[in-house]
Ligand binder design. Structure first.
Ligand code: UTP
Length: 408
């Protein structure tokens, strides 16, 4: 693309500010900027005018979960089926590690954060240790695909190599890169991150399956005979992934997916709730749920919309492939976005100054016929690290790790 082509394209979309410093760039920087402009998806910009384009509009009804007591009663039956599927190499996992973890304020990949106190214990290490528990029972590691972004790609791969994959079978680990989207100010103008660089950020965790496919790994999964794929977030340090009981219960349910859920600790807890929307599984975010829904109780006084999702799902691979034909919405979120102002100065804002475009993994769930909500014990399996202190923080996760006998 030539400068003139880029200029007319940007003019059409009112984005010529991106060429403001063009004449100050060297030849390599100029051509890198022109390529970035060529690849921009301008259709996203229209969404800023209608920020609630993804508002849910269906009719909701509660969805009960398979409770901890039922799981304990049937544990042997579930584990038998789950272990058989794992032993037959029918189950894989995808770790969603492409986020920027801005709330934690740590400038390296979140998984490389040391949560230990008297010894080194990294977030990735906690996750791998739990997966190795499954590997011990199965007699081998399940395939683990790790989604990263252009922002943390090299750092994440180097970190795993340097730590010898924390004892996981490295031949079973594959990295793939997710897509990026431009960041804009509140008027929809795309930011420059540097004089010759457009501000791009990971486009949310919702594009994980199309990125996996683009990397050629969906074909590999099929060739390898994999039938089930789980996804999980990087930040829950107590997370159990593909544990045989969960795998077995999901398979035996006959549903296309299973979701690990926790019982909400209060109607106002800030967690997405798994329910039905027009009879299909759906997740209502904490900021979308109405007061009526939040407080609705059964005849015994129990909350009806009471099971929150933990970003730990198991999907049938054929249902995931089918979901590719359905486009899930972009969510528009306010964030603090570092940028270059019109004087060429770098600005690191302290409050949100713009918008990012994100697709979210849980939106895919609406494309499935059914989902098994599988209750987990919160204190044993749920310790997300989102913030340095307070709720869902390094502090609270350390406390829960200790409670589970993990030495810090
Ligand atoms: P979060 O919603 O916590 O986002 O991600 P984040 O970017 O990591 O953190 P904040 O909001 O900036 O503090 C939940 C999970 O989804 C992954 C994250 O790595 C985490 O495991 N994720 C998020 C991606 O893989 N890609 C993305 O674009 C965003």
């Amino acid at each position: 693309m030539t400068y003139n082509d880029a200029y007319s394209l940007l003019e059409k979309h009112s984005q010529t500010q991106l060429l403001r410093f063009y004449n100050e760039l060297d030849e390599t920087e100029k051509s890198a900027l022109l390529s970035q402009i060529e690849e921009l998806d301008f259709s996203l910009l229209a969404l800023t005018k209608n920020r609630n384009n993804y508002k849910k509009s269906g009719t909701f009804s509660p969805l009960g979960a398979m409770t901890v007591s039922e799981i304990e009663r049937r544990r042997e039956e579930f584990e038998k089926v789950g272990l058989a599927a794992l032993k037959d190499n029918k189950v894989a996992a995808v770790l969603l590690a492409g986020g920027q973890g801005t709330r934690l304020g740590f400038d390296k990949p979140k998984g490389s954060f040391n949560i230990g106190i008297n010894r080194e214990l990294y977030i990735f290490e906690c996750l791998i240790n739990n997966m190795l528990d499954v590997a011990k029972r199965v007699g081998g590691c399940f395939p683990l695909y790790i989604m990263i972004s252009d922002k943390n790609n090299a750092d994440t791969v180097d970190f795993f190599e340097k730590h010898d994959y924390f004892g996981y079978d490295s031949s079973k680990i594959h990295f793939f890169v997710q897509e990026m989207a431009p960041s804009v100010d509140f008027d929809g103008k795309i930011f420059l991150e540097d004089k010759g660089k457009i501000s791009l950020s990971p486009n949310g965790n919702g594009g994980w399956f199309s990125s996996l496919k683009k990397a050629g790994y969906v074909e590999k999964l099929k060739e390898d005979g994999v039938e089930w794929v789980s996804i999980f977030a990087v930040d829950n340090v107590l997370q159990r992934v593909n544990d045989p009981a969960f795998v077995g219960a999901t398979i035996l349910s006959g549903k296309e997916c299973g979701a690990k859920v926790i019982r909400k600790n209060a109607p106002d807890e800030r967690i997405g709730v798994l329910c039905l929307e027009d009879g299909k599984p759906s997740i209502v975010e904490y900021y979308e749920i109405t007061d009526d829904m939040k407080n609705l109780k059964d005849e015994n006084g129990n909350l009806l919309y009471s099971f929150g999702v933990t970003l730990n799902y198991l999907f049938r691979l054929d249902a995931l492939e089918r979901s590719l034909s359905v486009s899930t919405p972009y969510h528009i979120v306010e964030k603090k976005i570092p940028y270059i102002n019109e004087k060429g100065e770098k600005i690191a804002p302290k409050t949100p100054n713009g918008l990012k475009f994100e697709r979210l993994a849980f939106d895919i769930i609406r494309t499935f016929d059914g989902c098994l909500p599988f209750e987990i014990v919160r204190s044993y399996e749920f310790a997300p690290v989102k913030n340095p202190t307070g709720i869902d923080s390094v502090e609270s996760a350390r406390e829960l790790l200790r409670l589970n006998g993990v030495e810090l």
